[in-house]
Design a protein around this ligand. Structure first.
Ligand SMILES: Nc1nc2c(ncn2[C@@H]2O[C@H](COP(=O)(O)OP(=O)(O)O)[C@@H](O)[C@H]2O)c(=O)[nH]1
Ligand SMILES: [Mg+2]
Length: 375
């Protein structure tokens, strides 16, 4: 099993050597893991790269990717890509160079991957995790990006901590499904965007609590500098993009539902015209709509997690069960509604139950039970 630790650096001469030593020291306790370290440096003026080159003489598992100064996001995109394509990583573990995320926690992340999780996020926001030493500016910055933008605007709910770099990601079937070349984030919005993209692959997420410490050596690159406004604007844009991207699949799902309704009506009408009992005709029409919904959702709405192969029959059966759920929900709401408001109110209750309960219920059930990524 090959683990590639990806360390982006910009002016980290005081940290990078210690980080390399530390990772290699911890790795010695895990002889069956092959640990490689990839430093992605933007030609730091302080000579970080030279230190890495010196370490390459000492250890044979150190890689250096040099690039121009384009920001943390671009460095990570290049690093992930290099780790997958050139180093053939099974797991990537990005981390900062500055020991704010303690590298001694990395085996805990790997253990979770071995347990069957695909993305393991070091988290400050679950019990046991915390931040030490942030000033009000950093706290505000984090609350706005993590809670307001990532959680509420973007709606990325797979994890509670969206902003950190330290995580372990399985490559096969997960990270290699993400189109890294389409990601253009320059700044820290990358961290949110990659979680969203990983979520779309159907990855199983888990958070591991960690303590985020203060930096001892070198300076933070995040703060009021010339990139800050650019990065914040990018973060807002990214959050809105994610929200829209997600509502696209909801929109498709609604269109598919409308087509289903038309199909049900058409089949029922034809069967009734050729003198089939209307009860039977409408039931056959309903099954026609269910089949059409299943096929169109599979090919279009959820094309990124398309069901193929033998599994399709089982999934179609489950899809029918979800539809039975919708029938029961509608029956119950119309039954209760008309009990209180009279028989004439049936139509309004049927429409209300479809819009406010059946549509969200089915969408949720499809995402949760039907179009989960198969492994
Ligand atoms: N290659 C590269 N690394 C960067 C860049 N900006 C930040 N980093 C690295 O990303 C990590 C996190 O940055 P840091 O300044 O500590 O951010 P903070 O922890 O949020 O204050 C560190 O290892 C930095 O050296 C960049 O533009 N390019
Ligand atoms: Mg830092």
């Amino acid at each position: 099993m090959k683990i590639v630790h990806i360390i982006p650096t910009y002016n980290e001469r005081e940290n990078i050597g210690k980080m390399i030593e530390k990772i290699n020291q911890i790795s010695q306790n895990y002889p069956d893991w092959k640990n490689e370290i990839l430093v992605v440096d933007d030609h730091s003026p302080d000579g970080t790269a030279q230190i890495v080159k010196d370490y390459q003489k000492k250890f044979d598992n150190i890689h250096l990717k040099l690039k121009k100064k384009e920001g943390l996001g671009r460095a990570l995109i290049a690093g992930y890509d290099y780790a997958i394509k050139n180093l053939k990583a099974d797991i990537v573990i990005p981390n900062d160079a500055d020991f704010q995320w303690d590298p001694k926690d990395f085996p805990k992340l790997v253990d979770k991957i071995k347990e069957g999780f695909d993305v393991v996020v070091a988290s400050r926001h679950i019990p046991g995790g915390k931040v030490v030493g942030w000033n009000w500016f950093r706290k505000l910055n984090h609350e706005v990006s993590n809670t307001l933008l990532a959680w509420l605007v973007a709606g990325v709910h797979e994890v509670k901590d969206h902003a950190g770099n330290f995580k372990a990601i399985k490559v096969k079937g997960i990270l290699d499904k993400v189109a890294l070349n389409k990601m253009k984030n320059a700044g820290f919005s990358f961290q949110l965007h990659i979680l969203y993209e990983l979520g779309k692959t159907g990855a199983k997420f888990v958070e591991v609590p960690v303590i985020f410490c203060e930096r001892k050596f070198g300076k933070s690159k995040i703060g009021f500098n010339r990139y800050y406004i650019r990065d914040i604007i990018e973060y807002i844009r990214s959050s809105i993009f994610i929200r829209i991207d997600r509502s696209k699949s909801f929109f498709k799902y609604v269109v598919v539902g409308i087509i289903g309704f038309i199909i049900q009506t058409a089949i029922s009408k034809v069967l009734i015209v050729i003198a089939i009992n209307p009860g039977i005709a409408v039931s056959i029409g309903a099954e026609g709509a269910i089949a059409s919904n299943f096929i169109l959702n599979n090919l279009w709405t959820f094309s990124h997690k398309k069901i193929v192969g033998r599994n399709i029959l089982l999934k179609f059966f489950q899809f029918n069960l979800v539809s039975v759920g919708s029938i029961i929900i509608q029956g119950a709401i119309v039954g209760i509604g008309t009990y209180f408001f009279g028989v004439e109110s049936w139509f309004i209750f049927m429409v209300l139950s479809i819009i406010f309960v059946v549509i969200p219920y089915s969408y949720f059930a499809y995402n949760r039970f039907i179009w989960r990524i198969q492994k």
